[in-house]
Design a protein around this ligand. Structure first.
Ligand code: ZN
Length: 504
């Protein structure tokens, strides 16, 4: 007979094996985006679907359910809050989600997504939604089926959101977003009405790419990103991929006439990379060695990119260095002019280029549209019209075409419904955590102005990175800050920063 201890041991081994398979898949994905010759796409698709099938089968084996029952037959382990309890809790959560979805449905979603992705690429190129419409319709029908299989209390969207941000409900996100929106739109209107404008031409001068690489790499290293355990490469759509202990890879893209794109992109991905590099290596392969959620991950990328990288103390240190490396572009610019230019607030069409104020409005629009699609209130063919109407209402500018509207993001083409909200949750969690860091570290601004980011990194290691999945996202924020997550800290930060910049 298997004892509880043996069952736990066996689960740990299976979990580690599944993680190794996933990390091999991540490496293949990274290579696909960076160096793979284009004719290799067919073979790569086969390799990746083989690996994901292998991992899925391993983790949905009915034996896992039996082992989970044996490992915690009386519920004592899970109640104990030990590392073992956390692992059992999270294995149970993933297993219960995954076994409810039949393998045939998982495979059909994967196959449909491959075709839908191609259709989306073409549709976006030609700015023609009708090219994407049939495959998107199929994907949505399949995703709805998946939500029904998983089950939910209030709305099918809950089942999808839970896959990206465990424990957070649609109703909760709606409260946060409604509160945020009620204060964000007046702030945006006040900024638009303000007479002050930054000299944004500064960031559109000539920035040679070879120098951008050196400067970006130095900025990542200054944050504590370990290049002995990581790399920086060039791709079309930047991302960060943590393969496991000792190997976190960040990526960026360069434009020689735009400073912000690669520089802030690198700071953003460095934030993700620091989380990955500082997870507990000895727990690799179990939930205690994993990041908590996409929302917490994003809180780290936005923290390093915006709360640190777009702050005045940061540029007090880095601007003289930027002037040294780009004397032609920045020789006649003051640190204040530069700081204002990299913090311009201006409604724009593309989410990934949005500033700190308008970014969240882009997410709220997607959150509302996705819910309506999943519940069936919004017909797939009506997406462009509804998108355009809401966009103008939220951001005050008309959408010129679908490639700058509802076709701009890749997420729907891989069936990633429920993903978008985690970006804004990252801002919300990040702001609340950063406010607490300011309380704990009264010298933070002076440290940043001297280029010393190690005390900040150490704080984050202790309070977040080293904890693996000990807490769910909302619990972590409450644990750290003593309050449930809310919109207040983010609004206080935005009102203070932009009120001062635009002299509102
Ligand atoms: Zn990110």
């Amino acid at each position: 007979m298997t004892t509880a201890q043996q069952a736990y041991q066996e689960l740990t081994e299976i979990s580690k094996e599944t993680q190794l398979i996933d990390s091999i898949g991540s490496l293949l994905n990274w290579e696909l985006e960076t160096y793979m010759p284009k004719n290799g796409a067919g073979l790569r698709a086969q390799q990746l679907s083989y690996l994901s099938g292998l991992a899925h089968r391993k983790f949905t084996d009915p034996k896992i359910g039996e082992l989970l029952d044996i490992a915690d037959s009386n519920g004592v382990a899970v109640a104990s809050h030990s590392d073992k309890a956390i692992n059992l809790r999270e294995w149970r959560h993933s297993y219960d989600r995954e076994i409810k979805v039949p393998t045939e449905l998982v495979e059909e979603i994967t196959r449909t997504a491959v075709v839908a992705h191609d259709a989306w690429v073409q549709a976006r190129e030609k700015s023609d939604f009708s090219i994407f419409l049939p495959d998107l319709g199929k994907l949505i029908a399949l995703v709805r089926q998946k939500a029904e299989c998983i089950g939910y209390k209030d709305t099918p969207y809950d089942a999808l959101l839970d896959g990206f941000e465990p424990g957070v409900t649609t109703a909760q996100v709606k409260v946060w977003f409604d509160n945020l929106k009620a204060e964000l739109i007046p702030l945006l209107r006040a900024i638009q009405a303000a007479p002050l404008r930054p000299k944004t031409e500064i960031v559109h001068r000539h920035y040679p790419i070879d120098r951008q690489k050196i400067f970006g790499q130095a900025a990542a290293a200054a944050f504590g990103f370990d290049f002995g355990g990581g790399r920086l490469d060039t791709v079309t759509h930047p991302f960060c991929s943590t393969l496991g202990p000792g190997d976190s890879r960040i990526t960026t893209r360069y434009t020689d006439t735009f400073f912000n794109e690669s520089f802030f992109g690198i700071l953003h991905e460095t934030g993700h990379g620091l989380y990955g590099q500082n997870l507990p290596a000895d727990a690799f392969g179990t939930p205690m060695g994993d990041p908590i959620s996409l929302g917490i991950h994003e809180s780290q990328s936005r923290l390093w990119e915006n709360f640190v990288g777009r702050s005045r103390p940061y540029w007090r240190y880095f601007f003289p260095r930027a002037q040294q490396i780009y004397p032609e572009a920045l020789g006649d610019v003051s640190v204040e002019e530069f700081y204002f230019a990299v913090n311009e607030v201006k409604p724009s069409y593309i989410r990934v280029e949005a500033d700190e104020v308008t970014y969240n409005l882009h997410i709220m629009l997607r959150f509302e549209i996705e819910q309506a699609i999943i519940t069936g209130e919004l017909a797939v063919e009506d997406i462009p019209a509804v998108w355009n109407e809401m966009f103008e209402d939220f951001l005050g500018i008309p959408v010129p075409d679908d490639s700058r509207g509802c076709l701009q993001d890749v997420h729907w083409s891989f069936a990633g419904f429920g993903y978008f909200s985690t970006y804004a949750l990252g801002n919300l969690y990040g702001a609340q955590i950063f406010a607490k860091i300011r309380e704990d570290m009264p010298d933070l601004d002076q440290q940043m102005a001297c280029g010393d980011f190690m005390p900040l990194l150490d704080w984050l290691k202790v309070h977040i990175y080293s904890l693996g999945q000990r807490y769910r996202s909302m619990e972590l924020v409450e644990q750290i800050t003593g309050r449930q997550p809310g919109h207040e800290a983010l609004m206080a930060y935005l009102n203070q920063k932009f009120g001062e910049l635009y002299q509102l």
